[in-house]
Design a protein around this ligand. Structure first.
Ligand code: MTE
Length: 337
């Protein structure tokens, strides 16, 4: 993976209408058209929610997402006094190799990705396999906001307010068989809309694949996200469905998922297949195990720039040791990086 020095954020918060205002206006119109009483307006149509994330650009939330949002359990805005990364940085400094190798490529190119309709296949060692339209796939789950650190293996980091649901809830729905030991995720393969999949650059054997041990997936911190900053996921961040495992390097958090398989063998994952001496299956954030080409002891928290590099110490398991360290008791984390 490439390391580049990012531009400082040039976010002008006053330039855009905060998304909740936009959504609430649209909802008022929708309610009027449907002849609904004003009391049916969602909870987030109020000023407090609208002020959560100023500067968020409006999206085009599918109706199922907008309908679920009123019941969302919102998180506290700060993670231990660490500020949420500005929306502009989180959406314009991305890794999504299907759309190009530069940090700005996903924002420039992912608009072409068609996220509606979207279906997700659940298969392998499950009692209830199937192909679901995303709206149906999402029906059983209540959304909640989780504000997590995101630490990339390239040694930059952010703090992102995700909206999603625990993978454990999905596993309960699909009923893994006794043979299921891992969960494998696959991204959409569509060279027509994904220039990275057409280019000769492709060291990657598409589709992008990631995986977790089943007990890792059951950990309450592991979520499937459908939104961020109070709105649906922008395409460049992995719309409409992505994984978020905050104690692992960012490359584990696979984007734009179309297949979820329960399997008995450890899946071959994308970066491990490309360079297993640099990227392991576990990929737990670990400041004591360096990448062969750079230190993992420190990280650049975005926004960062030449005069304000914003460098900080990296924490074991990205600061989530209390929640996840017990998953790795007895495992040599130097060998299983
Ligand atoms: N998922 C897919 N399908 N393709 C990718 O290239 N990049 C990964 C991960 N998920 C990637 C992916 C990497 S290296 C990182 S650091 C995170 O997405 C970045 O997520 P972000 O762009 O939302 O910050």
């Amino acid at each position: 993976m490439l390391i580049k020095v990012p531009k400082a954020s040039d976010c002008h918060e006053s330039d855009v209408t905060p998304e909740p205002f936009y959504l609430s206006r649209r909802n008022v119109l929708g309610a009027a058209v449907a002849g609904l009483a004003v009391s049916s307006l969602p909870r987030w149509a109020n000023a407090a929610d609208a002020e959560r994330y100023p500067g968020v650009e409006p999206g085009k939330a599918p109706s199922w997402f907008a309908e679920k949002l009123p019941a969302t359990k919102w998180g506290a805005v700060n993670v231990k006094d660490e500020a949420v990364t500005p929306f502009k940085d989180a959406t314009h400094y991305n890794n999504f190799y299907e759309f190009g190798a530069d940090k700005g490529d996903p924002a420039a190119n992912a608009g072409a990705l068609k996220t509606e309709p979207w279906s997700v296949v659940v298969d392998g060692e499950v009692g209830k396999p199937g192909r679901y339209e995303l709206e149906d796939f999402m029906k059983p789950y209540q959304l909640e906001e989780r504000i997590y650190r995101l630490r990339c293996v390239e040694a930059w980091s952010m703090v992102i307010p995700w909206i999603g649901f625990p993978i454990s809830a999905l596993l309960k729905e699909v009923e893994p068989t006794s043979k299921a030991r891992f969960i494998r995720f696959e991204t959409l393969q569509d060279p027509k809309t994904m220039p990275g999949q057409r280019s000769g650059f492709a060291l990657i054997d598409w589709p992008y694949v990631e995986g977790l041990r089943l007990d890792e997936a059951m950990n309450p911190l592991a979520i499937l996200a459908v939104g961020m900053y109070g709105r649906e996921l922008p395409n460049q961040n992995g719309a409409p469905l992505r994984l978020v495992v905050p104690w692992k390097y960012g490359f584990k958090s696979i984007k734009s998922i179309v297949r979820i398989s329960l399997v008995s063998e450890q899946p071959k994952t994308t970066w491990q297949s490309i360079a297993s001496d640099e990227y392991g299956f576990y990929a737990n954030v670990n400041p004591t195990v360096d990448h062969p080409r750079w230190t993992q002891a420190r990280e650049r928290r975005l926004p960062s720039g030449l005069f304000k590099p914003n460098v900080r110490d990296t924490q074991m398991f990205n600061g989530y040791s209390d929640e996840v360290a017990s998953l790795y008791t007895g495992l040599d984390l130097r060998k299983n990086y």
